[in-house]
Design a protein around this ligand. Structure first.
Ligand SMILES: Cc1cc2nc3c(=O)[nH]c(=O)nc-3n(C[C@H](O)[C@H](O)[C@H](O)COP(=O)(O)OP(=O)(O)OC[C@H]3O[C@@H](n4cnc5c(N)ncnc54)[C@H](O)[C@@H]3O)c2cc1C
Length: 136
């Protein structure tokens, strides 16, 4: 099977970055690291994973990483998906999967708004359970 250019194997810089979670005690040895830059890329990665019989695991920072990740997994490194749109009128924010709470709230503050983040500004907003209601 031809390898998608979105997939990176062990030995590449992208694989090393994608398997270096902030929670450094987690062992991560996935089959591939995938690095999407657009929503369409994410679709292509999921299709590729299904064709290979692999599961996908999104990871923004690995702040919440725990447990082993084996070769049957593709870690999807979402850190490049950093879109952010704040609608002051509806008091909502739309953040890419790689956007951090620190940035979301720095922008929200300009409108007198605040997302219900945890205490870690480096955590990515979609990865935080508290993000669902406030920045979804
Ligand atoms: C040891 C430890 C200490 C912590 N300390 C703090 C702290 O001091 N302050 C604090 O605020 N929080 C803390 N946390 C909690 C952490 O911030 C949360 O786990 C948060 O979810 C991290 O988000 P992330 O996306 O940066 O991390 P990630 O590890 O990248 O993701 C967290 C989870 O969300 C999933 N996920 C990520 N992106 C997506 C997506 N786009 N779609 C679906 N699922 C997704 C991942 O698969 C993973 O299960 C701690 C967690 C741990 C394990």
């Amino acid at each position: 099977m031809t390898q998608s250019p979105l997939l990176f194997s062990p030995g590449t810089g992208e694989y090393a970055h994608g398997t270096s979670p902030l929670s450094s005690s987690a062992e991560q040895h996935p089959g591939f690291v995938a690095v999407p830059r657009t929503a369409a890329d994410v679709g292509e990665i999921v299709t590729e994973a299904a064709a290979r019989g692999l599961v996908v695991m999104p990871q923004a920072t690995g702040h919440g990483a725990s447990g082993a990740v084996d070769e049957k997994t593709i870690i999807v490194d979402t850190s490049s998906l950093d879109d952010l749109h704040i609608d002051a009128e509806s008091r909502t924010a739309s953040a890419g999967a790689g956007q951090t709470w620190g940035t979301v709230n720095a922008q929200a503050e300009r409108y007198g708004l605040l997302g219900l983040a945890g205490s870690a500004p480096s955590a990515r907003s979609p990865g935080s359970p508290s993000a669902a209601g406030s920045a979804g």
